[in-house]
Write a protein that binds this ligand. Structure first.
Ligand code: NAP
Length: 288
């Protein structure tokens, strides 16, 4: 990974931090994209100490704000002309209805729309860095997701798990659409389920469930293994658009794409998601 520039979102804890650490160990220049700069700086020092790689830096990114996403890309652009690997990892699970600064339901806004905008704004950098890869950390739960375009601001209803899996489904569909649009450019994209991993993500779950789940879960390092595989494995370009899965109980990941939900095969749904996303991100200078 020497000479490669990598961005990892949500890199200050859990799977994102473990992913950043492993890519740093392999010699990449790693940008930790984080909304909490104190936690990011602490992660940066941990990663530098563990890997002896000084090329680790923090840049501020709050995916719940499109202004912050744009500002992140402006700052990144001043420092870097090319990007080789973008790992859209940041995620949340909240039991409470909340909105992003732009008024979208928080799960959808952070995990899907924020990453959609980030990826689209960084597409020129990825094209200049080709061969380049985008890795979207989704979840097996996307199988239970549906897209309700009339409820993107949770104006009709809010159910935490439905909101979470809707965002994860949108990430899988976006990966497929983006991969198709990038065909022939040297930029490829993959989505994945990282496994059931012991991280901060479940902190909003009831205590009893957290204790029981905690015993069965895999480590953040194991949770990072599928992302690291998709970021680094040679000759996986033929699988661009595919979804990969970490099998928690086997402690291993699939090396070829695995099955996605029925809705991911709905071409009209994918087109609608793409057009609505472009519209709400209000970007008239997309580079294809
Ligand atoms: N753990 C699992 O079993 C599991 C299963 C399936 C999928 N996943 C997915 O794996 C990914 C990583 O999650 P994790 O388990 O490692 O959880 P985690 O330890 O809670 O890490 C989530 C990261 O996302 C960041 N984040 C949250 N909201 C953000 C925002 N608005 N802007 C920027 N960063 C934000 C968090 O930053 P702060 O520290 O500032 O909160 C944190 O660094 C997520 O996409 C999650 O949905 C996890």
């Amino acid at each position: 990974m020497h000479g490669k520039t990598v961005i990892v979102t949500g890199a200050n804890s859990g799977i994102g931090k473990a992913t950043a650490l492993e890519l740093a160990r392999r010699g990449a220049h790693v940008v930790l994209a984080s909304r909490n700069m104190a936690k990011a700086e602490s992660a940066r020092l941990d990663i530098m100490r563990a890997t002896n790689n000084p090329a680790i830096e923090c840049l501020s990114l709050d995916l719940a704000s499109m202004r912050s996403v744009r500002h992140f890309v402006e700052t990144f652009t001043k420092r870097f002309n090319q990007l080789h690997i973008l790992i859209n990892n940041a995620g949340i699970f909240s039991r409470h209805r909340a909105l992003t600064s732009d008024g979208f339901e928080l799960h959808f806004g952070v995990m899907y729309l924020g990453h959609f905008l980030l990826t689209r704004l960084l597409t020129p950098h990825l094209r200049r860095g080709a061969p380049a890869r985008v890795v979207n950390v989704s979840a097996w739960g996307h199988h239970f997701g549906a897209l309700d375009f009339d409820n993107l601001r949770a104006e009709k209803s809010f159910a935490p798990l439905s909101a979470y899996v809707q965002a994860k489904l949108a990430q899988v569909i976006f990966t497929q659409s983006f991969a198709q649009r990038m065909h022939g450019t040297g930029v490829t994209a993959y989505s994945l389920h990282p496994g059931m991993i012991n991280t901060n993500l479940g902190q909003d779950l009831p205590n009893a469930l957290r204790v029981v789940a905690g015993r069965a879960l895999a480590t953040p390092y194991q949770g990072a293994s599928t992302s690291v595989y998709l970021a680094t494995a040679p000759q996986i370009e033929q699988y661009s658009g595919g979804y990969f899965s970490y099998r928690t109980f086997l402690r291993s990941y699939t090396k070829t794409p695995t099955k996605t939900s029925q809705l991911t095969r709905d071409v009209a749904l994918a087109q609608k998601l793409w057009h609505i996303s472009e519209h709400v991100c209000r970007e008239d200078t997309w580079v294809h």
